[in-house]
Design a protein around this ligand. Structure first.
Ligand SMILES: NC(=O)c1ccc[n+]([C@@H]2O[C@H](COP(=O)([O-])OP(=O)(O)OC[C@H]3O[C@@H](n4cnc5c(N)ncnc54)[C@H](O)[C@@H]3O)[C@@H](O)[C@H]2O)c1
Ligand SMILES: CC(C)C[C@H](N)C(=O)O
Length: 367
């Protein structure tokens, strides 16, 4: 990859490569855009096949956070970290302490939290070295694991999408196919089950499937069969890139609404599902509950306030649908437009010189 050319094309601000030989830390921090505020985005730990693959993932995810935070109405920019390694084998305390010191060195330009492969316990270690970490344990006055909040936001956004597709936002009796029943989807399934939806689930982890079958009366199918099942709603809650040339022809659902980041393999797949009349709730709008929850820590965490903002994901999804209709464009393009419009409006509103500009982090420092 020609890194500077790529950075220029998509307006990336900064890419940092961090290594610590003793602990085995190999991390890439990407800060995409800080127009709205410091870049907030989680740390993913994954067994990448190459450094190139890790870099590409970090770049894509960081840009996604710029759009996610903007669309959610947060005063935060977008960034992300990937740590190269196996989260089951390669973690150690020194690794996360070293990583925390690299974050502290950025002096608030980047704030981290959990993502795939990292946990609240990891954030607690990072917290030993930096102020700029969220999603730490409630014992520290923090918000803890963001997954239940993400799940609640997806549930709210799914209801808005159901209203668009079926004329009612009730999920009672709706057949919902859930791909991956991990941290987020377990809680999502609970909300759906409580509302009377019928669940079809899959996961490569048999224990996760068994739990959903036992607790929510879900029907289990093999991972490759989930795309083609007869259902009203397909909820991708595993990894990205699963709306693609192979899966689209199999889809029977009228709605796609799930937590996974980067669901569309390529933008043209968003066009394809649009032409098929499928109502797509754009991933970064519907899955913003976790980041909304951890971002509230910057004001001194208040669960009630955070949940109120997460409920509004319903309205945010409705706004996306309205823009899509107004401009006659697919919903994934409408979401980008909504985020870009907010960034541009705020760039202008905040353009005049201020001697001591107020900043989201000054509230945190004042406590
Ligand atoms: N955790 C959050 O708060 C949060 C916030 C926003 C977005 N997301 C996104 O939501 C998705 C799920 O996150 P999570 O925290 O629940 O992760 P997780 O790792 O707990 O859950 C993912 C589940 O998907 C399963 N899986 C992986 N590949 C699969 C496949 N091919 N077929 C079926 N199942 C498969 C895994 O076994 C796992 O149980 C990820 O894409 C993540 O980036 C998570
Ligand atoms: C800040 C984190 C809670 C972010 C989350 N991993 C996401 O992708 O939105």
């Amino acid at each position: 990859m020609e890194l500077f050319k790529y950075m220029e094309t998509y307006d990336y601000e900064q890419v940092l490569f961090c290594q610590d030989k003793e602990s085995g830390l190999k991390a890439i921090i990407v800060i995409h855009d800080t127009t709205l505020g410091p870049a907030l985005g989680g740390t993913r730990m994954w067994m990448y096949n190459s450094e190139e693959e890790a870099l590409e993932d970090a770049l894509r995810l960081a840009r996604g956070m710029t759009y996610k935070n903007a669309a959610a109405g947060l005063n935060l920019g977008g960034g992300k970290t990937v740590i190269i390694g196996d989260p089951r084998k390669d973690k150690n305390e020194a690794m996360f302490r070293a990583f925390g010191r690299f974050i502290q060195g950025l002096n608030g330009r980047y704030i981290t939290a959990e993502d795939v492969g990292t946990t609240v316990a990891d954030m607690d270690i990072i917290y030993q070295e930096t102020d700029y970490v969220t999603g730490i344990s409630p014992e520290f006055g923090s918000s803890g694991n963001p997954s239940p909040a993400t799940a609640y936001g997806v549930y709210r956004g799914m209801k808005a999408a159901a209203k668009e597709a079926f004329g009612s936002d009730s999920l009672e009796g709706k057949v919902i196919a859930v791909q991956g029943v991990g941290n987020v989807a377990y809680h999502l399934c609970r909300h759906l089950h409580e509302e009377g939806a019928k669940l079809i689930v899959t996961d490569i982890n048999k224990e996760a499937v068994a739990r959903a079958v036992e607790e929510f009366g879900a029907k289990a199918v093999d991972p490759n069969d989930i795309y083609g099942v007869e259902c009203d709603i397909f909820a991708p809650c595993a990894l990205g890139g699963i709306i693609n040339d192979q899966t689209i022809p199999q889809l029977k659902a009228k709605v796609i609404a799930g937590s996974a980041n980067n669901q569309l393999k390529e933008p043209r797949h968003g066009d394809m599902i649009h032409e098929m009349g499928i109502v797509y709730a754009p991933d970064y709008v519907i899955n913003a509950g976790g980041v909304i929850n951890v971002a509230d820590e910057l004001y001194g965490y208040n669960r009630e306030r955070a949940m109120k903002k997460i409920e509004q994901i319903y309205d945010n999804i409705e706004k996306v649908f309205a823009i899509a209709k107004r401009d006659n464009i697919p919903t994934y393009v409408a979401a980008d437009r909504m985020a870009e419009e907010r960034i541009e409006t705020m760039r202008k509103a905040r353009s005049q010189f201020l001697q001591n500009g107020h900043h989201i982090l000054s509230r945190r420092r004042a406590r």
